[in-house]
Design a protein around this ligand. Sequence first.
Ligand code: GLU
Length: 445
Amino acid sequence: MNVNNLIAALERKYPIEKEYLQAVREVLTTVEEVYNQHPEFEANKIAERIVEPDRIFTFKVVWTNDRGEVQVNTGYRIQFNNAIGPYKGGLRFHPSVNPSILKFLGFEQIFKNALTTLPMGGAKGGSDFNPKGKSDREIMRFCQAFMTELWRHIGPETDVPAGDIGVGAREVGYLYGMYRKLALENTGVLTGKGMTFGGSLIRPEATGFGAVYFLCRMLSEMGDDIKGKTVAISGFGNVAWGAAKKATELGAKVVTISGPDGYIYDEAGLNDEKIAYMLDLRASCNDVVAPYAEKFPGSVFVAGRKPWEVKVDIEMPCATQNELNGDDAKMLVDNKVQVVAEVSNMGCTPEAIETFIAARIPYGPGKAVNAGGVATSGLEMSQNSMKLSWSAEEVDQKLHGIMNSIHRACIEYGTEPDGYINYMKGANIAGFMKVAKSMVEQGVI
Ligand code: GLU
């Protein structure tokens, strides 16, 4: 494989899909050396095949708002690769959603899902629908309209969507209700479901919890632990909430959260009451964190800025792609950050990652650090097909085991000659090898 030629061809074909090209470049560059040691990969054109989605569904979503006005959005489902299991990945509802963003997310999902050790392929979907300021009924009508198109393309053994930004338990509930009505079946066709209709315990917390379990492994590899460490978290959604909850429970001090409006600096650190308040903030559907500072005196709201300027031991970006850039990374290195555990998908830009690696600061990439979410979705699928449900302890124990095994895979494939663990390289190679081998074994299809 010649990565530069392959990327150049993709740039000509998809010139405006910058997030997709960024994700492809990162993975192919890191796997190039190992890839070229496997002539069967080249003979089967694995790289050329793996970068193209199997298929993309694009559809119109028409719904009516509370004022009786007809609204038109675009819906998508990208079925990227199902070599190792049914297509699996979340749905994102956000005005920024476009084919490039969903293709990058779907591509990343292939390797993340492979890392979980569970049989799941990669997919992603969503809509440019903006949930901000929408009433509950509007959300419901949108989800129902979205599912009237999506339902014919998904199924418990075919493609299993879940949540992502803008899609939580409420949206999954409305989507599931419409699927059930149209397909006349109750199956594990979606994950992240409510507990009364097949959801798994721990799924709401899983991404954040898993990220902290992975972070603890990174720290123990350095001969350190999380107790007493200061942590900066960005975002204030489900993932940030789970990470804040587990990090706090294990004795860390989380001092920031953030939203599109700016960030909160809370010197005293988050506690149970403040973490619970994050859910109220999210439920308000206004997408702002400023009210936190009014509710909790002693904390400050910093408008229009990101939390990276606060000096801490550990950074956990939990918001969205490319939220931490090269300049931010240089500032973090100057501020002597100890570990960066990226929880958002592709949260750090290539320049930021390069800066961390050059400074030999352990950097855990999203596809390893946040894999606990989709892993627990995989556990939800297992419970649904067995028609039983596991206790919270059982699920949490399995999640722990999965995060440990992802960490081990990163060490196996990512340890550099000087002993530095390049988690990005390790995660990319471990995930890629599994999918590539299974594609070779299954023939040219
Ligand atoms: N959206 C989450 C992710 O990025 C979860 C996907 C899922 O559970 O299918 O991995």
